[in-house]
Design a protein around this ligand. Structure first.
Ligand code: CMP
Length: 138
């Protein structure tokens, strides 16, 4: 089933100028980039995006990092896009990520881990709507 997911190329990856390499992998793996924008999140916008993690010990540090510099948000489309993008990213902790995954190649740490992807259909719908209006996705 064709599906959409929200991807973020995080500030660590944009800052190290590997956003282009990550986008090349996205295209090479067969995703359609349906929408894309460069953003610099305000702290409150990062807190809203990661609201499900607000009780976690890393929430403060994560939202500080995510608002520390520009990021790129994308809507990716493919058959089984949510699972496929998470597989391409690899494990959250790059130390545990498989060879050939984006986080193995580009992530610095469990927090500065280069990319984000929605984890389920309902979160994908919320996260896409957080950044993109319906009219941008026609
Ligand atoms: P992401 O896929 O964007 O979803 C939540 C983010 O929280 C995750 O990637 C990491 O950047 C961060 N994160 C998850 N677990 C930890 C942790 N144990 N310590 C610090 N940051 C974490």
């Amino acid at each position: 089933m064709t599906e959409r997911t929200l991807a973020i190329i995080k500030p660590d990856a944009v800052g190290r100028h590997v956003a282009g390499a990550i986008m090349q992998r996205i295209e090479d793996e067969g995703f359609q980039i349906r929408a894309m924008r460069r953003i610099h999140l305000a702290r409150r916008e990062a807190e809203g995006f990661y609201a499900v993690h607000r009780e976690r010990p890393f929430f403060h540090s994560l939202t500080e990092f995510m608002s520390s510099g520009p990021a790129i948000v994308l809507v990716l489309e493919a058959p089984d896009a949510i699972r496929k993008w998470r597989t391409l990213m690899g494990a959250t902790d790059p130390a545990k990520a498989d060879a050939g995954t984006l986080r193995k190649q580009f992530a610095e740490s469990i927090e500065r881990n280069a990319t984000h992807g929605s984890d389920a259909a309902d979160t994908a719908a919320y996260e896409i709507g957080y950044f993109f209006a319906g009219v941008e996705l026609i």
